[in-house]
Design a protein around this ligand. Structure first.
Ligand SMILES: NC(=O)c1ccc[n+]([C@@H]2O[C@H](COP(=O)([O-])OP(=O)(O)OC[C@H]3O[C@@H](n4cnc5c(N)ncnc54)[C@H](OP(=O)(O)O)[C@@H]3O)[C@@H](O)[C@H]2O)c1
Length: 174
């Protein structure tokens, strides 16, 4: 069976997702929801996002994308290299990351940042977007969601944001 590849992001009205290494807002509860949605699954994220978090997220395997053949998570102060539930693996292309994820239990969660979202939107099956009603300054953006390709299938209010679920239309048809 083909794995679900789900993009999970918090996106402002102006499509900003980040400013430098940071996310330019703080919404109590949103991170807990991210944890609830992603625990038991495989996170795929860019090296910049991984380094801004600075550690593996518990209960999830993280696959870090980098083009640097010498990069290792153990290079970060205080981090540890483990495989398993909260382990960190390294991939050198999105295809490589998906091939590694295929061997692990759970869905593939594309967790950013901007570079990785821009590439993965072409092959993801689903997007779960926290729509944040702010227009902050930023330098990292979420790609446009083309309504010819994606259908909004759910919208739920949360405290301080709305969670919108999009499915790829060809997936709906199949
Ligand atoms: N709001 C949200 O939900 C959310 C979520 C995540 C991140 N963010 C924000 O997004 C920003 C970071 O985004 P970003 O675009 O600067 O960085 P990023 O996508 O996290 O990481 C970019 C790095 O990933 C590696 N990479 C990307 N595509 C690759 C590929 N196809 N093959 C191999 N390696 C690849 C490269 O690493 P090397 O340079 O090592 O080769 C590249 O420099 C931050 O502001 C962060 O806070 C926001």
């Amino acid at each position: 069976m083909t794995k679900r590849v789900v993009m999970v992001a918090a996106v402002a009205r102006n499509r900003v997702i980040g400013n430098g290494p940071d996310i330019p807002w703080r919404i109590p509860g949103e991170q807990a929801e991210f944890k609830r949605l992603t625990t038991g699954h495989v996170l795929v994220m860019g090296r910049a996002t991984y380094e801004s978090i600075g550690r593996p997220l518990p209960g999830r395997t993280t696959i870090v994308l980098t083009r640097d053949p010498s990069w290792s998570p153990s290079r970060l102060a205080g981090s540890h290299l483990r495989t398993g539930a909260d382990g960190v693996l390294v991939a050198h292309s999105l295809t490589d990351a998906l091939a590694q994820a295929a061997l692990l239990p759970g869905d593939v969660i594309v967790a950013g940042g901007a570079q990785v979202y821009a590439e993965a939107i072409g092959l993801a099956s689903e997007q779960v977007i926290s729509e944040v009603p702010l227009e902050p300054e930023g330098d990292a953006f979420y790609p446009e969601i083309d309504p010819a390709v994606w259908e909004e299938v759910g919208r739920e209010p949360f405290d301080g944001y709305e969670r919108v679920t999009w499915l790829r239309r060809e997936r709906l048809a199949g």
